[in-house]
Design a protein around this ligand. Structure first.
Ligand SMILES: NC(=O)c1ccc[n+]([C@@H]2O[C@H](COP(=O)([O-])OP(=O)(O)OC[C@H]3O[C@@H](n4cnc5c(N)ncnc54)[C@H](O)[C@@H]3O)[C@@H](O)[C@H]2O)c1
Length: 257
């Protein structure tokens, strides 16, 4: 096959969760740019409609669906709607994350709330969507993790700022890498590849004190920009990575090299 065609998502039905978020929007853009029929499932349909209008003005035609990842019935409803309207799924980008816990000291309830979306809900949705991919004879699942699932926090970066590193986030993103390997083995025989991307922080106008310290530590000298994740996610979603499964790609500008 022609090399560039291997990266194409043309005629592929692609689902992304949380596509109105910071990295979510960049990934959503990448999947559309690669030619996919892209469905974004979100808890906040009003928000996602605004994002979709922006994409429509660029000539894309994405679809929006409701899902609350902490609610099994809502996930099953999303699955039924996709099956009826699109006949199944080729690609699932498992991107949503809830961040109720901000600091180590936060109440235990924030940890519990996080579990319901980022652990129980994350497994629930990936299991249901894998069924839809299986119905089409195979495809790709891309889990969006974080470098914080691979390494402990560098607390010195947050000194003299109101920023911090939440422990639940490290727990869930680390678990996501292990689950990726489990699912890769489980679904390999069904021709479903499962991989993970562990990105570093996206630049969104963070505190200057943090930025100065962070950028000095990164060999590439900066936080990730909006385009940095696009090639990686399209690579893993498409036939371009057809012999890769169970992999986790660290995308941190060299911070942990
Ligand atoms: N932003 C970063 O610097 C960064 C760095 C590394 C990894 N990541 C990862 O990238 C992915 C996207 O991050 P982001 O920056 O777009 O995050 P974000 O917080 O901006 O967006 C998260 C999205 O998840 C959705 N969501 C939350 N709870 C939900 C629920 N119950 N049901 C359905 N959707 C729900 C939110 O509505 C939102 O659209 C996440 O998995 C995150 O861990 C982000």
């Amino acid at each position: 096959m022609n090399t560039m065609n291997l990266f194409s998502l043309k005629n592929k039905v692609v689902l992304i969760t949380g596509g109105a978020g910071l990295y979510g929007r960049c990934i959503f853009d990448a999947l559309l740019g690669a030619g996919g029929t892209v469905i974004c499932a979100s808890r906040n349909l009003e928000n996602i409609q605004k994002v979709i209008e922006g994409f429509r003005s660029k000539g894309f035609n994405p679809h929006a669906k409701y899902v609350d990842q902490s609610d099994h019935e809502s996930i099953v409803k999303l699955k039924d709607e996709i099956r009826q309207e699109f006949g199944g799924l080729d690609v699932f980008v498992n991107n949503s994350v809830a961040r109720p816990m901000r600091r180590y000291e936060d109440p235990l309830d924030t940890w519990k709330e996080s579990m319901s979306v980022n652990a129980t809900g994350m497994f629930d949705i990936v299991r249901e969507m894998a069924d839809l991919i299986d119905q089409k004879g195979g495809g790709s699942i891309v889990n969006i993790g974080s470098m914080q699932g691979m390494f402990g926090p560098d607390f010195s970066l947050y000194e003299n700022t109101d920023m911090d590193s939440a422990p639940d986030y490290h727990f869930h993103k680390g678990g996501m890498i292990s689950l990726t390997k489990y699912l890769a083995r489980k679904f390999g025989p069904k021709n479903i590849r499962v991989n993970c991307i562990s990105p570093g922080g996206l630049y969104v106008d963070q505190d200057e004190k943090f930025l100065e310290k962070y950028n000095k530590k990164v060999p590439l000298g900066r936080m990730a920009g909006d385009d940095d994740i696009k090639g990686v996610v399209v690579f893993l979603a498409s036939q371009a990575s057809s012999y890769i499964t169970g992999e986790n790609i660290l995308m941190d500008g060299g911070l942990h090299a």
